[in-house]
Write a protein that binds this ligand. Sequence first.
Ligand code: AMP
Length: 443
Amino acid sequence: MSFDSLGLDAKLLQAIQEQNYTEPTPIQQQAIPVILSGKDLMASAQTGTGKTAGFGLPILQKLLDQQTNTTNKPEAKKGRRPLYALILAPTRELAAQIGDNIRDYSRYLPIRSLVVFGGVSINPQMMKLRGGVDILIATPGRLLDLVQQNAVDLATVKVLVLDEADRMLDMGFIHDIRRVIAKLPKKRQNLMFSATFSDDIKVLAKSILHDPQSIAVAKTNSASEQITQYVHRVDKRRKRELLSYLIGKNQWQQVLIFTRTKYGANHLAEQLTKDGIKAAAIHGNKSQGARTKALADFKHDQIRALVATDIAARGLDIELLPYVVNYELPQVAEDYVHRIGRTGRAQNKGQAISLVCIDELPQLKAIEKLIKMPIPELTTQGFAVDPTIKAEPAKKTAPRRAQGKSQSTNNRSAPTNKSSGNANSGKLAKRQATSKHKSSYTQ
Ligand code: AMP
């Protein structure tokens, strides 16, 4: 199937071509005709499947059709342009990325789009809204602030998009979403995208969508097949050392690393920097300016390692991101799918490696259950797990992780190659026996 056959305007097709999109991705093939037909949509799609163009292109097409139909009418000249589409995203970074994409796709169209999110001054956003906007991409909190200040009128909205709806719920945006929806006209088209389908999501979908068409591009809760996944067992106190070693030995030039806490992200970024690996942390306590800079530096190869918490990394779109490392496994198994979805995007292949200590085996089990497959195991000589270390009793709250005393990698005796195959328990031995990838990891 080609983009030409989807009924999109020549100017949109030109913009798509300039993005080097040669054919629509599966989500685009399915979503674009549904959205053009005016139906509500419930789409199960991870970030990385091309879902932004999946809703962005047909919205632009519909808006263009509407503009063509109304330009000759006298009322079209009066008043400021009414807001046509509202796209809600859970994080600032995701909103900014959607905004970038919409701007790319609409570069040859007389269409104005605007991104608004918190953490930056509200006044410039109010000024831009005053000039009139066709498509508004927003995080829920800032949108409500703008509504309260009468800076935006939602009564004209024809299309609502809830992107990464599961994450919106996880982040506690449900009340904000309901307050936004109360300001929208009853008659509108609703499009909902979610990577996972919990019962809460189904309840939300039922309350917002009218007779929706459901589409799914990957099996629900399955990880993208473009991504090769590995587990590397390691003692907790040696995780940083192993990570620096893997980055250096395999010459990873761009790796996104997940930690569970903001503190852990800062700490690890500092330690990697000490190890001679340029790194930066990105999380909710960082100013918007610092987050944007870290992301830009990472995209432009100024830093090799970007250390992120789940929320900060959600929705990050970094082209051709080859490696994701879970420095700590997430508490919620679904987050694993989101995390590794940062790599292997669109047509590209990626690798996700999870550094797992003995305390994290229950989380690993939950993840393997969710993705319905065991994750193959890697080992590195010199990093065999210490069989005398026992699991710590599970704690309810996420502890601040004090890392083991940091050793300089420069002085460390570098392990050379091949697998140790050293199992520390019957369970691990069994895991390794079933693993297809027992040898060393090389690129
Ligand atoms: P998304 O899931 O919307 O975040 O998109 C993931 C990545 O795929 C982005 O870098 C897009 O620019 C890219 N992309 C979207 N659609 C296509 C396509 N049809 N062909 C190639 N790349 C695409």
